[in-house]
Design a protein around this ligand. Structure first.
Ligand SMILES: *Cc1c(COP(=O)(O)O)cnc(C)c1O
Length: 360
């Protein structure tokens, strides 16, 4: 069997070139006589891998010198606790915007650690939009403001960086990191699980401004302490070695394409083709409000559950897999992350047209 078009929301597709390179290096990495999975994380081979991965990520995202890059474990969900434990250290207050299931979880978790305010939510319309905020909605003494930048389940995304005035902005970018350039200087912390748009599960990248370090709660578990992780170059313990290696190959793949501005152009073409077709069709509808549509997760429905089921079944049989929507939205979701080739999106559109013609 050849490779399928995998529209999974995560873990998701990786670039074929990356997989082939990893396969070629599987049993003997760079003359070391062993695979990356087998080598000490303290070896000179591995040191070069992690240092290059960090340097390439810094180059790609244009991360300033006064930010630390941490390669951690525990998934984005661990950051739901790590963020308050590290940052809720002034007034003990934090403000959250809830735009989907993951930000709702982050908001719930933070409540264990301090005084958490719900600033705005789009729950009233099943998270089909991003609630707009203005700086006056944020508490004057809030230690930080938390947002989820791309809502994987609902297919929405912040069209621009929300204005939180001079407050520290924390963003969960798990499902949109590296999809387009972002101005890192507008954020205090950016975090992302790797398994959507970066690499295999097991790695979580945290990008944190240096002045926010060293002020964590005294009872913070050591593994969650950004300052300790930064001091130890993400090697307080064994890091997720292989996931970092693969993510490093993905960084090089994007750099070779021309970096994030080129990546964005490709992603815009893919998303526009799919949304344009959905908008022109009589069968499919996109539940997300136009202004807030995600470039990575395209949700659509027929309005008929049976027909949605039939669509997913026939799509899978035709090589378009994992296209079933999350149960909280229903219908379909095509996750078209960086590694989904343009051809995969074009072929999906062809299939959708055929399905529409057959099911009028
Ligand atoms: C997938 C996802 C998460 C959860 O990530 P884990 O690494 O599984 O903990 C959190 N936030 C967003 C936006 C996601 O897409």
């Amino acid at each position: 069997m050849g490779r399928i078009y995998n529209f999974s929301a995560g873990p998701s597709m990786l670039p074929l070139e990356v997989l082939e390179k990893a396969a070629a290096e599987m049993t003997d990495y760079n003359g070391s006589g062993m695979s990356v999975m087998e080598m000490s994380h303290r070896s000179s081979f591995y040191e070069a891998i992690i240092q290059e991965a960090e340097a390439d990520l810094r180059k790609l995202m244009n991360i300033p010198e006064n930010y630390k890059v941490l390669f951690l474990q525990g998934g984005a969900s661990t950051q739901f606790s790590a963020v308050p434990l590290n940052l809720m250290n002034g007034s003990g207050k934090a403000d959250y915007i809830v735009s989907g299931m993951f930000s709702k979880k982050a908001y719930a978790e933070a409540q264990k650690f301090g005084d958490v305010k719900l600033v705005a939510s789009s729950a009233d319309k099943n998270f089909s939009y991003i609630p707009e905020i203005t700086p006056d909605m944020i508490r004057e003494d809030a230690d930080y403001v938390h947002v989820c930048y791309n809502n994987t389940i609902y297919g929405t995304k912040y069209p621009e960086v929300p204005n939180v005035g001079d407050k520290v902005l924390v963003a969960d970018m798990s499902s949109c990191i590296l999809s387009e350039p972002v101005d890192v200087t507008k954020f205090g912390v950016i975090y992302a699980g790797a398994q959507k748009n970066m690499g295999p599960a097991g790695l979580t990248v945290v990008i944190v401004r240096e002045d926010l370090l060293g002020n964590a709660r005294k009872d913070i578990p050591v593994m969650l302490d950004y300052a300790i992780q930064a001091e130890n170059g993400s090697m307080y313990n064994t890091p997720p070695c292989y996931s970092i290696y693969i993510s490093g190959l993905v960084y090089k793949w994007i750099l070779n394409l021309g970096g994030l501005s080129e990546m964005k152009k490709i992603n815009e073409r893919k998303a526009a083709a799919l949304y344009d077709y959905i908008d022109s069709s009589e069968l499919y509808k996109a539940p997300a409000e136009k202004k807030y549509r995600s470039m990575m997760n395209v949700t659509f429905v027929t309005g008929n559950e049976e027909l949605d089921k039939k669509f997913c079944k026939e799509a899978a049989a035709n090589g378009f897999q994992n296209i079933k929507g999350h149960r909280s939205v229903g219908g379909m979701r095509a996750s078209i992350y960086n590694a989904m080739p343009e051809e995969g999106v074009m072929k999906l559109i062809e299939f959708m047209k055929k399905f529409e013609a057959e099911n009028k």
